[in-house]
Design a protein around this ligand. Structure first.
Ligand SMILES: [Zn+2]
Length: 433
């Protein structure tokens, strides 16, 4: 479908530096030989991405640790195949890529490696997209949070055979017999510890979680949820011909998991197709009116749920922001966007910041300040819950009634709306008591 009716929604640029530390380098080949003799080559390969085990072995093996780590970080390039490539693909998926784990270093794997290197300032001697020891180091640091083994999601335990109390505790956390083996975890499994209820925390504690291991497991479950969407995204990417998202950013899968955790009760979250464009491509597609990301509403309604990200200026919240736009109900869309985008951008930004904050992701900047101020003021009358209902379910009547109740006497909705449409946001805000 043509994008002639496309409206660009802009987000400003930011950059965030990722600090890295390099491992110490000591000599000694004994570690790897000992490990290969003891555990075999296959097990040695499997250890490649398991940083904690490598580090533990490193402490034990002292002088052999650096050699071991080096041996577990083989140089790789496009065309290579085998268990090392599988480890690489697993590592990349752990930090946000959505590769098919087929042990083949193809063009998609190369694109994911290059994106990861660009994001982490790794410059291999043999060129971007080839894997060197520094790339392995950066991948291991990036994947650290997901390396813990904890109960729950992904368990091979039988639901029916587990002790009654244990099953009751998992049920408190949202699991059922039907969903126990599901790829998509229950919403509670994606929530930060701080947002669990007393009852959920008690259940989590009995199951052996600490605050820290819950946090680690949440990353794992979010990753598992992402895997559940991987086939869906892979199909979308094949069809759209889109590139792999940079690993540093919250990818569409993770964004979907985060949005589902927060708003899954309001709406069945749909995955957007993600097109990753260069600055030049964004300019061409949007004729100079472009920013970090945009999406494609047709005639005011989002009928083509694609999002477009500017590779050079997206921040972690861009995917969440644009993915949220895709969830907007048609009625809200008409309410919010014809002919202005003030309400829609204000609400989308408020919801984006809510998701990012709840999931302990930094809000590195605050776009649409005037629109956000207006919608926050409206929400003091109508309430965030009503805004959510309007946004996700199209219940704009209740929301508008709430706002109208807050207007100064003599100001009608039409008058208020006329100010908003004219871009006189401060004046519109002043009409709200
Ligand atoms: Zn927007």
């Amino acid at each position: 479908m043509a994008v002639t009716a496309a409206v660009s929604r802009r987000l400003p640029t930011t950059t965030r530096r990722v600090s890295r530390r390099r491992p110490s380098r000591t000599a000694g080949p004994t570690g790897l030989l000992w490990l290969q003799r003891t555990a075999g080559n296959a097990a040695t390969s499997r250890l490649m991405t398991q940083r904690t085990i490598v580090d533990d072995l490193g402490r034990v093996l002292a002088g052999g640790a650096a050699a071991l780590k080096k041996a577990l970080s083989p140089p790789l390039k496009a065309g290579d195949t085998g268990p090392s490539v599988l480890s690489l693909q697993q590592s990349l998926n752990r930090v946000g890529a959505a590769l098919i784990e087929d042990s083949i270093f193809g063009t998609r794997t190369k694109a994911a490696v290059a994106a990861f290197q660009r994001d982490h300032g790794v410059r291999p001697a043999r060129g971007a997209g080839t894997v060197d020891e520094a790339t392995w180091d950066a991948l291991r640091l990036g994947g650290r949070a997901t390396a813990s083994a904890v109960p729950g999601q992904g368990s091979t335990e039988s639901w029916a055979a587990m002790p009654a109390q244990r099953r009751a505790d998992f049920r408190t956390l949202g699991y059922t017999a039907a969903t126990w083996r599901s790829k998509t975890p229950p919403l509670a499994g994606l929530l930060p510890y701080a947002l669990l209820s007393e009852k959920q925390r008690a259940a989590a504690t009995r199951l052996g979680y600490t605050r820290e291991s819950w946090r680690a497991n949440r990353d794992t479950t979010a990753g598992t949820a992402a895997k559940g969407f991987a086939a869906e995204e892979a199909a979308a990417k094949r069809k759209a011909g889109a590139r792999v998202l940079p690993a540093k950013y919250v990818g569409s899968l993770r964004a979907k998991a985060m949005i589902a955790a927060e708003f899954g009760a309001d709406v069945d979250i749909q995955l957007a197709k993600v097109h990753l464009l260069t600055e030049a491509e964004m300019k061409k597609a949007y004729e100079g009116y472009y920013g970090a990301g945009s999406y494609t509403p047709i005639n005011g309604f989002t009928v083509k749920p694609d999002i477009y990200l500017n590779n050079s200026s997206i921040w972690a919240g861009t995917t969440v922001h644009e993915s949220l736009h895709v969830q907007e109900h048609g009625t809200w869309d008409a309410f919010a966007y014809q002919p202005t985008s003030a309400f829609g951008e204000g609400a989308t930004t408020i919801l984006t910041e809510l998701v990012m904050t709840r999931h302990e992701q930094p809000v590195t900047h605050h776009p649409y300040a005037a629109e956000v101020a207006l919608v926050r003021k409206m929400n003091t009358h109508a309430g965030l819950d009503k805004m959510r209902a309007a946004y996700f379910q199209g219940a704009t009547g209740d929301y508008r009634t709430g706002v109208t109740g807050g207007l100064k006497p003599g100001t009608t909705w039409a008058q208020f709306r006329a100010l908003v449409d004219a871009g006189a946001l401060a004046a519109a805000q002043a009409r709200l008591k």
